[in-house]
Design a binder for this molecule. Structure first.
Ligand SMILES: O=C(O)CCC(=O)C(=O)O
Ligand SMILES: [Fe+2]
Length: 243
């Protein structure tokens, strides 16, 4: 582990128990000098950008507990975030996933700002203390899954870069608790809901949407690549405390 630029622990994790992801996880290359410079630029921008008030209404969806907030990240921050995330986490061609552990309480840091933005959007009142940063190259995706039980209810995802279609599908045959495993059973298309997620959008998974529906970004939809350029997501979660 290494001390990260915002005083928390960041590291890239290996893929031993994560082979359900359909992308490789690279090794840590450490913070980059260019990333430090970009961080200063982004931090200045964050300081001069007021926090948007939480939206009063959420777009209607058919899935209880799934909410999508369009352009919830101020559009003026998008480019700087995308550049900084790329330089900070994905400077090595082998890395496409990074994890952060530690309370995200400081809104003057990039991840803390996102946490501040997302916190009012979920019912869980606790602070986010885990973030995963995923990078998808064109043609990549992430298979249908339900996030691990070690993450509490109320998961928020912020998107950068290329837009992509998220697929949510009701977990079938959940009787034995299998629906809580990372790989939920595949379900047939007619039960799936497809939602386009664009840069700056925030989605929230809680309640039924978090536990009883899978989510993923298919590699292809109707024979065409779903992600057509680089997409980066920051997923914010709260760990269940150790017993
Ligand atoms: O890229 C995304 O928005 C989804 C990431 C995700 O589902 C995960 O890391 O568990
Ligand atoms: Fe997930």
């Amino acid at each position: 582990m290494e001390e990260s630029d915002d005083g928390q622990y960041d590291y890239l994790f290996d893929d031993d128990d994560d082979d359900d992801y359909d992308k490789d996880v690279g090794s840590d290359s450490g913070p980059q000098p260019q990333a430090d410079h970009l961080l200063m630029q982004l931090t200045d921008l964050l300081a001069s950008t007021p926090h948007p008030p939480p939206p009063r209404t959420t777009p209607p969806t058919t899935i209880p507990g799934f909410h999508l907030y369009r352009t919830h990240l101020p559009p003026t921050l998008l480019a700087s975030y995308t550049t900084w995330l790329t330089a900070r986490y994905f400077s090595s061609p082998t890395s496409n996933q990074a994890m952060h552990f530690g309370p995200l309480l400081d809104p003057t840091t990039p991840l803390g700002y996102l946490a501040r933005l997302c916190r009012p959007l979920r019912h869980n009142p606790l602070a986010f203390d885990q973030a995963i940063v995923n990078m998808y190259a064109a043609g990549e995706g992430i298979g249908d899954h339900v996030d691990l039980r070690r993450f509490m209810d109320g998961i928020c995802g912020v998107s950068f870069g290329a837009p992509a279609v998220m697929r949510l599908a009701r977990v079938m045959g959940g009787g034995g608790g299998g629906w809580q495993e990372r790989y939920a059973e595949e379900v047939e298309g007619e039960d799936a809901v497809y939602v386009e997620v664009r840069p700056g959008d925030v989605y929230v998974l809680e309640g039924e949407a978090r536990w009883k529906w899978t989510h993923g970004f298919p590699r292809q939809i109707e024979g065409r690549d779903n992600v057509v350029g680089r997409r980066i997501s920051v997923t914010l979660r709260t760990l269940v405390p150790d017993e």
